[in-house]
Design a binder for this molecule. Structure first.
Ligand code: F3S
Length: 427
């Protein structure tokens, strides 16, 4: 790989051993990918902190959190002192909400280790946003900006809706990126890989958030890790719908970028979305395809008695919390059911101030931050049947927790929380 003088100096140890190891890691990674060079980045979404007992024991034996960073982010056998980050970095979600640790079944010792981890990351200059939706809370790159992001639902949003450029990075590459301000120049950093491959024509209206989740789920299965171009969009989707669509497509397939003709920034027209590519397939999304996606997402649902309703995957926007609070106001969560809603901590503080948290709590629900049930592997004790408004969560949770899942829209989920019964269906 070709290096600039600055990159060579980092590799030669000018900025200390941690930066040297970070540069070495990026070179090994870049060579394996066939990248010819690195690209500058000042926008990283990373996981550095740790919440598991395994990491806690590791930190105790190997020099605290610098030991954890050296091993798990820099692939270094030696413990090296970790300097403050060079690139602007925000933290992704974690294993639990420290404000609701007991509710999520997390012990005191783990909470203390978590607090140590949070003090460590903020000490390095990392923003403790703790969310899978960094673009909601202060990390909004500009169109064309080169980024190094983790978390599939955030990556697809970054590429497709914002028009910034990232691949789906891992803990190691983002650890190296935040210390060097570099990431290999390959994949979705390059124009040619951002062009559409599959043409999808909508033959039914796609309007509600659940509709967008179903469409994303079907498209992901069809195109896998390629780049769909969707034509025929009627009503303009809002942030929440695009968030659900991308999360869904990246779960059923490995989609990292899509184009919505007339909506997303690199698709003002079908021709521009394909950028000269000839579509490898022409697909139609109609009633049958929509039903097919719904049936797949609901294939584990058998019992209509619901124990748990989880909302906020990807983390809820303030608009979604507002909607949920309006549907819950004056009602009570059923005695045999639990309602947990997940959002970034910055949005929770807004919900607190606007009175939505109080409405949710008065109804018997909980507004949580930092994590989700799939990430934390936590659900209310004894949960057998879950209701969800997220295709991504419906895709993963039955496998992770061995539960039955129902997928539907927000109103159906709130109704399930208040009646303890699933009455949803495909409208
Ligand atoms: Fe976020 Fe958890 Fe969903 S981390 S995208 S809420 S699986």
């Amino acid at each position: 790989m070709r290096l600039t003088d600055d990159e060579q100096a980092m590799l030669d140890g000018r900025d200390g051993p941690a930066v040297q190891r970070a540069m070495d890691l990026l070179l090994r990674y870049g060579r394996a990918l066939g990248a010819e060079r690195l690209v500058e980045t000042n926008n990283v979404v990373a996981s550095i902190s740790a919440t598991t007992p395994f990491m806690r024991d590791y930190a105790r034996q190997r020099g605290g959190m610098d030991g954890v960073f050296s091993e798990f982010s820099l692939d270094s056998d030696d413990v090296v002192p970790i300097p403050r980050v060079r690139a602007f970095t925000t933290h992704v979600q974690l294993g639990f909400d420290p404000g609701n640790a007991a509710l999520m079944g997390v012990d005191e010792q783990t909470v203390r280790f978590y607090q140590q981890g949070e003090a460590y990351i903020t000490g390095l200059g990392v923003q403790a946003t703790n969310t899978c939706t960094p673009y909601q809370v202060g990390n909004i790159p500009t169109r064309g900006e080169h980024c190094a992001w983790m978390e599939s639902s955030a990556v697809i949003y970054c590429n497709s809706v914002i028009g910034a450029r990232t691949n789906t990075e891992g803990r190691e590459s983002v650890g190296a990126a935040m210390l060097t301000g570099r990431i290999p120049y390959w994949g979705y950093h390059l124009d040619e890989n951002r062009r559409g491959t599959h043409h999808i024509q909508l033959a039914v209206p796609v309007e509600s958030t659940a509709d967008w989740g179903l469409l994303g789920y079907w498209i992901g299965e069809q195109v896998q890790d390629r780049v769909p171009v969707v034509e025929g969009i009627g009503k303009l989707p809002n942030l929440a719908r695009l968030k659900h669509f991308g999360a869904s497509a990246s779960s059923s397939g490995g989609v990292e970028m899509y184009h919505l003709v007339g909506v997303t920034p690199e698709a003002p027209s079908v021709a521009q979305a394909f950028g000269g590519n000839y579509p490898v397939a022409q697909l139609r999304y109609g009633e049958r395809e929509r039903r097919d996606a719904w049936e797949k997402l609901n294939h584990t649902g058998r019992d209509t008695q619901v124990d748990y309703v989880m909302l906020g995957c990807p983390h809820y926007t303030i608009e979604q919390i507002w909607e949920a609070a309006r549907l819950l106001e004056g009602r009570k969560v059923h005695a045999d059911c639990e309602l947990w809603i997940f959002t970034p901590r910055a949005i929770k503080s807004l919900a607190d101030r606007n009175g939505y948290t109080r409405i949710i709590e008065d109804a018997g629900g909980h507004l949580l931050t930092d994590s989700c049930s799939a990430m934390s592997r936590a659900a209310p004790k004894g949960t057998r049947v879950v209701a969800l408004d997220s295709a991504k969560q419906a895709h993963y949770l039955p496998a992770i927790l061995g539960v039955q899942a129902w997928f539907g829209d927000l109103a159906e989920c709130i109704d399930a929380a208040c009646t303890g019964r699933w009455n949803g269906g495909l409208s």
